[in-house]
Design a protein around this ligand. Structure first.
Ligand SMILES: Cc1ncc(COP(=O)(O)O)c(C=O)c1O
Length: 390
């Protein structure tokens, strides 16, 4: 039951989850569910991971918050860890993905103004999702996300996803472009994976044009696709990369990381956040990042992603309504030939939490720690549902 004290933006929610452990969560009636969504790519280490729980408890007992008016040792330690993993130079901590993208958008504008471009423009993609703040919803390529919130923020031009030629056409016609902002795999848009030459092609174009290559890795980072960042599957470095979701394993924290072209654009007073990078969030972030790296969870995501894909393909072979099984690491999709939102409740009745996005796409984002037995249960429940319920 949802309280009437809450705004209706999330609609009616049926389940009340009350505890979690590993890949499992329980509702307030004591029913257990295999969580194949991880709070939408957040709890990569699973629920109640002991290292994160301890880090939060220790930090809460020491200093929860002090503001960015002071040096914060654990913030600096996490920043250095992320700098080393990413190959970027400097970063800004936010509380969410949208705020990390806001910082990226502001960096692109500062970059443009520094070059003497008074009305800087960022190329963004159709079918993209970058957040719900005014600038990030304006960057988002989904009319439903815009509806009712016009006027949108200016300074974005849109191109089809996975289409390098369209970017070149924009380059030839728009001299105000300063950056490209793109998801390496579109998440909310239905786990759309681009062709192998797409990101390298954007890197080349950005170099040729003097643009910033900005990757929204809010959903794809923290090991989710089998490397710490998705761009690490390629031989390239972006100029700006944003992350959030899995960074704190449930503690709200995000970051906007910048390479040398953009690392020094912010000056004292140009950006900030009361909570961003506070001791509690950074302690959780540090424990999460160290566990992902030390426990080899990027590699684990690669292995388990392939395992899940193979088993799904085997179980769903010959299923007329399955269009495609795709994705990378543990960011997987089963696209069906018909709308399938009704499967969410049906899966929950069978003890499995899934998500449907882009109407026809079942999205799977299980914790990176999922084991073979749990993966088998996921596949069995889901494939039976797809065969029997649609
Ligand atoms: C690619 C991408 N960018 C940005 C966001 C927004 O993140 P948040 O909801 O933390 O503001 C999301 C959230 O789903 C996302 O998937």
């Amino acid at each position: 039951m949802s309280s009437t004290a809450l705004m209706n933006n999330y609609g009616t929610r049926k389940l009340t989850l009350s505890k979690g452990q590993g890949v499992w969560v329980w509702d307030d009636q004591g029913n257990r569910y295999l969580d194949a969504l991880s709070g939408i790519a957040v709890c990569g280490l699973g629920h109640a991971h002991p290292a994160v729980t301890k880090a939060i408890a220790d930090q809460a007992a020491t200093l929860t918050h002090c503001s960015n008016l002071y040096n914060i040792a654990v913030q600096e330690e996490l920043a250095e860890r992320l700098r080393d993993i990413s190959g970027m130079s400097k970063l800004f901590f936010s509380n969410s993905g949208a705020e990390a993208n806001e910082a990226a958008i502001k960096l692109a504008r500062l970059f443009g103004h520094k070059k003497g471009i008074a009305e800087p423009v960022i190329i963004v993609m159709e079918n993209s999702f970058h957040g719900r703040t005014l600038a990030t919803l304006s960057a988002t390529g989904n009319r439903k996300v815009h509806a009712g919130f016009e006027p949108l923020v200016r300074g974005f031009v849109r191109a089809p996803y996975n289409d390098l030629a369209s970017l070149k056409t924009i380059a030839a016609n728009n001299k105000n472009v300063v950056a490209v902002l793109v998801e390496p795999i579109q998440g909310e848009g239905g786990i759309q994976t681009p062709s192998d030459d797409y990101l390298p092609g954007i890197r080349q174009l950005c170099d040729d044009q003097g643009w910033l290559m900005m990757l929204d890795e809010i959903q794809t980072s923290n090991g989710r696709t089998g490397r710490y960042f998705n761009y690490q599957h390629y031989d390239l470095l972006p100029d700006v990369v944003t992350m959030a979701k899995g960074l704190g394993n449930g503690m709200p924290i995000g970051a906007c990381l910048a390479g040398e072209k953009a690392a020094d654009l912010m000056q004292p007073g140009s950006h900030g956040s009361t909570f961003g990078g506070n001791p509690l969030a950074c302690a959780a972030g540090l424990a999460t990042v160290d566990t992902i790296v030390n426990d080899g969870l990027c590699e684990q995501a690669r292995i388990m992603g392939n395992y899940l894909k193979q088993h799904l393909a085997r179980k769903l072979a010959g299923c007329a309504n399955v269009v495609e099984i795709r994705g990378q690491g543990l960011m997987l999709a089963i696209e069906l030939s018909e709308p399938c939102a009704s499967l969410v409740d049906k899966a929950a009745e069978k003890g499995l939490l899934i998500n449907v996005t882009a109407q026809t796409v079942i999205r799977l984002l299980p914790p990176l720690i999922i084991n073979n037995e749990e993966a088998d249960q996921l596949v069995d429940i889901l494939s039976d549902l797809i065969k029997q319920e649609l």
